[in-house]
Design a protein around this ligand. Structure first.
Ligand code: APR
Length: 251
């Protein structure tokens, strides 16, 4: 174990209500690209295509969005050791909650119960109407897409349908933000894993915990925007470092 990891474990040893805050970097070892890393999504796609105004006004943006969603947005990606380490922390009774910016569902797939997760940027499972809010069955909409409907409309009001992923310019899901803030108020430490910590309001969550002096550990491959306020940052791969850290504080 490195000196830094041993120091991080010492800082966390007495913590009983640890928040784990995750970003796209926790899923890259499962085969899902991140956004701002070397081969990130923003090196291939334009964030413009993920602005809610563009989605509503431009049919080609909607058509492209459905083509990235169907048939399988994340292929056969499976949880990796980092997702499993978050479950281990929960099983040890030391996790207050996992706040994730990810939409890939890998925390749930690893076995973390939904009520232990706050998905700040939504998730890629659901589909709802932007006008009346009516939820739609993803399998049924996928079948319509397979049958050639590249811009499916709402069954009830004819409005535009969209995956329950938060686009730029949309408000974050109230229930998720509420849960994340509730956990942030109660946490006695936070571990941020695989995030550039560069997007707000999400990054306010770990920042709130750090700013009152509670332990803030960053695990990341490369620098983040909050390195200067971390108690310690561990440079490297999430699926290697998080299991080691969790193992050291739950043994
Ligand atoms: N282990 C550790 N760190 C990793 C790994 C890994 N296996 N793979 C990538 N990283 C690092 C990258 O170097 C990068 O610093 O994880 C970080 C991921 O940062 P971003 O790509 O910015 O992802 P994230 O922080 O989740 O982005 C936040 O921005 O575009 C929006 O809505 C999108 O939810 C996303 C938000």
């Amino acid at each position: 174990m490195s000196q830094d990891l041993a120091y991080a474990a010492r800082l966390l040893l007495d913590a009983q209500r640890i928040m784990v805050f995750t970003g796209a970097g926790i899923s890259t070892e499962s085969g899902i690209p991140d956004f701002r890393g070397t081969d990130g999504i923003w090196t291939k796609l334009s964030p413009e295509d993920f602005m809610i105004d563009r989605y509503v006004s431009d049919r080609t943006v909607r058509t492209r969005a459905w083509a990235t969603r169907f048939p399988k947005m994340f292929g056969d990606a499976q949880p990796n050791g980092a997702h499993e380490a978050v479950v281990d922390l929960w099983k040890a009774g030391k996790l207050i909650g996992c706040v994730t910016q990810n939409i890939d569902g890998l925390h749930q797939a690893a076995g973390l119960p939904q009520d232990q997760i706050a998905e700040l940027h939504g998730n890629s499972d659901g589909i709802a109407c932007l006008r009346c809010g009516a939820p739609h069955d993803p399998a049924e909409i996928e079948q319509r897409w397979v049958d050639g409907d590249v811009d499916p409309q709402c069954d009830h009001c004819g409005g535009i349908l969209k995956s329950t992923i938060v686009f730029f310019g949309e408000v974050l899901p109230h229930s998720e933000i509420e849960r994340a803030n509730h956990w942030a108020a109660q946490a006695d430490a936070v571990i941020a894993v695989g995030s550039s910590l560069s997007v707000y309001p999400a990054a306010y969550i770990p920042l709130e915990i750090a700013s009152r002096g509670d332990t803030f550990v960053i695990i990341n491959n490369g620098p983040t925007d909050l390195d200067t306020v971390a108690s310690i940052r561990l440079e490297g791969m999430a699926a290697t470092l998080l299991p080691q850290l969790v193992g050291a504080i739950t043994a």
